[in-house]
Design a protein around this ligand. Structure first.
Ligand SMILES: [Zn+2]
Length: 167
């Protein structure tokens, strides 16, 4: 089994460069295999590499160790003359969201744990599972979830009917 399959479940888009163990932490260095990326502003595909940059993300614990990912991400140039963006960071369909410091799969587990237990009990449970997270961060993860408004009204209150009578 390739290390990509072990870490990500497939070896299609991400390449594991190295895995180091430091005390109670595994440091997994990865980079994408993408040959280009659509610009987030104009959606025109670019394959002109500008540079690399390093992102550090927490991931789910493994083998009783904390896991930290070192993602070597790419920046691409946008050559669309009508686009305001000249350079943009690589976007990932899975695992990594822009500006986030945790992987999608860790954030999902933290959200479920926080919803089940609440902030402080979830923080204590996470500590026993080798995930360092504060209760305030767990509450923030809950608050960042989008809430969808109902698309139709199935009940009208008294105040609503008075408003309708006036018009
Ligand atoms: Zn663009």
């Amino acid at each position: 089994m390739h290390s990509e399959e072990l870490v990500f479940g497939s070896s299609d888009n991400l390449e594991v460069l190295s895995i180091l163990r430091l005390e109670d932490q595994l440091i997994v260095s990865v980079q994408s295999r993408s040959k280009g990326c659509p610009c987030p502003a104009c959606l025109v595909f670019s394959s002109k590499l500008h540079s690399y940059y390093l992102r550090k993300l927490k991931d789910l614990p493994a083998f009783d160790n904390k896991v930290s990912l070192r993602l070597r991400a790419k920046k691409w140039r946008c050559f669309n003359a009508e686009c305001p963006r000249r350079i943009f960071a690589e976007r990932f369909q899975h695992f990594f969201k822009p500006y986030k410091r945790t992987t999608d799969r860790l954030r999902e587990k933290l959200l479920n744990t926080a919803l089940l237990l609440g902030g402080r009990p979830a923080e204590r449970l996470c500590r026993t599972l080798n995930v360092s997270v504060s209760s305030s961060s767990l509450i923030r993860i809950i608050q960042q979830q989008s809430v969808f408004a109902p698309s139709f009204v199935d009940a009208i209150g008294i105040d609503d009917s008075r408003i309708q009578e006036r018009y």
